[in-house]
Ligand binder design. Structure first.
Ligand SMILES: [Zn+2]
Length: 325
């Protein structure tokens, strides 16, 4: 076999043997879960990322600078609002600055998916068993920190190996600041995002929230499964192919989360969330409750979806069932 024939054979192997991928030119490196875990710790080192605080402002700057190291297309989308108060701890009456932080990869592609998480930490630990702590903020290792950490590490991979279709990575602010009986006070960043970009129609939105829990268990979130069943199938089938132990083929609760503004706009969206987290909205939501193994399962899954899932599969899964009532 001469060199020319050898090249042809190699080309044939690349075209067929690796043909399951949607034209990946170079193999993306593996997901680094230890780096992701370090990024959970880094976020907590700023302090709770509560809108209006110095920790929040400094963390926003850090997130934007980490993303700018991976792509030149980073935008901090600013919005202002007065957060809700409650009977325990009235919120400041000042208008507070919030930022959705957006990083685009393969910006030329018209086929796009969104990977997202919220980065704010809740102002009140109002689920803490000790009612004296209810006016303290939540550290937010799993609730906020875990999804952001996976997104940052995915951004680094995409910075090194451009994805075969467009990926918009979005870190939402103002997700978790509402009073418990007022669902309309949550999801401020994702609602703002959808309002600002009515023409934005990604094929899929994949939300990562509370995915770092050491004891990770991921049933299908009920709004995702009901309103975007094909996308939810695509995600859970990919997890099954990778034999990721956290994913179970059962239906979990319906969670008010950042996927809803997209679903209600007719965009397929799925929430990957472990809502059975004993430290949810308590002061115990700290880094020791999060494991690299759990972050790794989510990182591997999204890497698989980005690099080894044909865009046609996302297109076929983009149908949304209109909400009833
Ligand atoms: Zn929360």
């Amino acid at each position: 076999m001469n060199l020319h024939q050898h090249t042809l054979v190699l080309a044939a192997i690349l075209a067929t043997g690796l043909g399951v991928s949607a034209c990946v030119t170079s193999e993306p490196r593996p997901f680094d879960a230890q780096r992701a875990l370090a990024d959970v710790e880094k976020q907590l080192a700023f302090g709770p990322r509560v809108p209006g605080t110095e920790a929040h402002r400094r963390c926003a700057q850090w997130l934007a600078s980490e993303l700018r190291a991976t792509t030149q297309h980073v935008v901090a989308q600013e919005f202002r609002l007065v957060p809700p108060g409650d009977s325990v701890s009235p919120a400041p009456t000042d208008t507070l600055t919030h930022w959705n932080i957006i990083a685009a990869f393969n910006r030329e592609s018209t086929d796009r998916i969104m990977i997202c998480a919220h980065w704010d930490s809740r102002r009140w630990a109002d689920q803490d068993p000790d009612s004296a702590r209810h006016r303290d903020p939540v550290p937010g290792a799993n609730d906020g920190g875990s999804g952001v950490a996976v997104c940052l590490e995915l951004a680094r991979i995409m910075g090194e190996s451009p994805p075969p279709f467009g990926v918009d990575l979005v870190l939402f602010d103002g997700e978790d600041q509402g009073r418990p009986s007022h669902p309309e006070e949550f999801l401020m960043g994702s609602k703002w995002y959808v309002r600002q970009a009515p023409g934005y129609r990604p094929l899929a939105v994949i939300l990562l929230d509370m995915i770092g829990d050491r004891d990770l268990g991921l049933p299908r979130e009920a709004y995702s499964d009901t309103l975007a069943p094909a996308l939810t199938d695509l995600v859970w089938q990919s997890a099954a192919r990778l034999a990721l132990p956290a994913f179970t083929d059962s239906i979990g609760g319906a969670v008010v989360d950042d996927h809803l503004p997209f679903l209600f706009s007719g965009i397929a969206a799925v929430d990957i969330i472990d809502f059975s987290y004993p430290h949810w909205h308590t002061i115990e939501d700290t880094t020791d409750k999060v494991s690299a193994e759990s972050l790794d399962q989510i990182g591997r899954l999204i890497r698989e979806l980005i690099y080894y899932t044909p865009v046609e599969d996302f297109r076929a899964a983009s149908r949304v069932v209109p909400p009833q009532g």
